[in-house]
Design a binder for this molecule. Structure first.
Ligand code: SF4
Length: 496
């Protein structure tokens, strides 16, 4: 199939662009209550969460005169939810929204019916929900619900929550949500709304983030604090793992509807997914990433002339590596921030540019230098190879790759798009083999204990009771991926 445009990375050179070789967060959620023109605030919040999903977005609002209003669109928030014409159709003081990158649900071109928030009309009134995470027993639940008469509108795992709510006998929407979510396994941070309230819930392990903010007389719920900043909301606390908050304009009620468990927050949020200006678990994401770079410099030192990040993900860790090692930091690779749509007809020459469309080497700086290149992760390794080629083409004497996460050896089933295990470079090769395959002078990953130290666990990972979810590095899945097991997925054996 020909490319949609010359910047269609999936097509270029038969491979992805620099961001195609990354794990991708599935979604971001945002909601406000008690705020005039709530949908505008939600649009701003979703814009700040765009890094969590670029494929599509949706907003549902409620106004006493207009009732519930909804809009779902493909593409960026800024390209859709900035139009006066559209925003006027979303009146009211309560609204929630969602940005999406599809993992569960339809693959390939998304159907608009898969774009959240999902809306349901219940006997006590309407409710909309937006979900970040992944339901690991969604196939089994869906089968059971369909057998019992539910009619699904989408292929999304999240729709199960609406149908489970519909089957509940609970008197109020929050009661129905509680009952529904007790049947759900997996990772979920949910933001929901009714006519009078917004509701935020995190799964018992708190795998995905969710925070609460105060704005004027109203309240906001968000996947990350960076989206509270954009609307001028004050960050109050994180919603705790297993907590449900029910928020009206008058205030916040907190419940703990699930059996308490030891939290296992996604450690990769610290490494890559969350924005560096967000606060996670009371820690600045930027500082954590800088710490990762410092740990990496201690664990994997090397004589070199420059430390350069692979932008943007590797930047804070490269700064940390430079500070720790005393080797100068430099912008050896420049990222073009303005990659956008174009109407230029693709030519063979443009297609062959691949990664170079987004990243360019600062030749004057690199020539003749021994370069330490810091990146956040290696997934398939396709982009790492191309970047190494660009650096060597620019005349670098040596290229030492330092990776700010441990080798990614297992897929994620909790809301992050990961290739199948056999496509993960580190699942099929040793570190030495990867070094040879990538063609770099040396290659080192941060150890899992080094990563834990960087997130504030001075003694590293507790193997008996890990403090975080780190399944994509360890194969230690804190929630059984039941649907995947039924499909034949093989968990780590005792010998591995
Ligand atoms: S498997 Fe990896 S990416 Fe997925 S939730 Fe766990 S740590 Fe995060």
């Amino acid at each position: 199939m020909p490319p949609a445009n010359p910047f269609d990375f999936a097509y270029l050179n038969g491979s992805g662009g620099p961001d195609d070789d990354k794990l991708k967060e599935e979604c971001g959620v945002f909601g406000v209550v008690g705020v005039p023109e709530a949908a505008n605030f939600v649009a701003l919040g979703l814009h700040a969460l765009q890094h969590r999903g670029q494929e599509a977005g949706g907003i549902v609002s409620y106004d006493p005169d207009a009732g519930f209003s909804q809009a779902r669109r493909f593409g960026y928030v800024r390209d859709n939810f900035t139009s006066h014409k559209l925003m006027e159709t979303l009146p009211g003081q309560t609204a929630i929204g969602h940005v999406r990158y599809s993992t569960a649900g339809s693959k390939g071109p998304t159907a608009i019916r898969d774009v959240q928030p999902f809306f349901g009309e219940f006997s006590m009134g309407g409710a909309a929900i937006a979900h970040n995470g992944n339901i690991t027993n969604a196939i089994a639940l869906r089968r059971e619900l369909i057998e019992r008469g539910s009619i699904f509108q989408s292929s999304s795992d999240s729709e199960c929550i609406v149908h489970l709510m519909a089957r509940s006998m609970g008197k109020h929407i929050p009661d129905r949500m509680e009952e529904a979510l007790r049947k759900v396994e997996g990772a979920f941070s949910v933001v929901a709304m009714t006519r009078t309230k917004i509701i935020g819930v995190r799964d018992p392990l708190g795998v995905r983030p969710l925070v609460l903010g105060k704005i004027g007389d109203g309240w906001a719920l968000s996947s990350e604090t960076c989206a509270l900043d954009i609307i001028g909301a004050e960050f109050i606390p994180e919603i705790a793992p297993g907590e449900m908050v029910v928020i009206t304009a008058k205030g916040v009620e907190s419940h703990y509807p699930f059996r308490p468990q030891k939290p296992r927050f996604c450690i990769f949020e610290h490494v890559y997914f969350s924005r560096p200006d967000s606060i996670l678990g009371g820690r600045s994401v930027y500082e954590t990433r800088e710490n990762i770079g410092r740990e990496l410099a201690k664990e994997a030192p090397v004589d070199a002339d420059l430390v350069c990040p692979v932008p943007d993900g590797g930047t804070p860790a490269a700064i940390g590596y430079s500070l720790q090692s005393g080797i100068p930091y430099a912008m050896g690779i420049i990222r073009n921030q303005y990659m956008g749509r174009t109407f230029i007809e693709p030519t063979e020459q443009i297609r062959n540019m691949g990664v170079r469309l987004k990243l360019n080497v600062n030749r004057a700086l690199i020539k003749g230098k021994r370069v330490i290149l810091v990146d956040d992760s290696v997934v398939r390794g396709t982009t790492s190879r191309k970047i190494k080629d660009m650096i060597l083409d620019a005349g670098a004497a040596e290229v030492h790759f330092r990776i700010a996460s441990p080798p990614t050896t297992w897929p994620c089933f909790y809301g992050v798009d990961t290739p199948q295990r056999e496509k993960l470079l580190a699942a099929t090769m040793t570190e030495d083999e990867m070094c040879a395959h990538l063609g770099v002078t040396s290659l080192r990953f941060i150890s899992i204990d080094g990563l834990y130290r960087a997130v504030g666990e001075a003694n590293g990972r507790n193997p008996d009771q890990p403090q975080y979810c780190d399944a994509c590095f360890s194969g230690d899945y804190p929630i059984m991926p039941s649907d995947k097991l039924a499909e034949g997925f093989e968990m780590k054996t005792a010998a591995e």
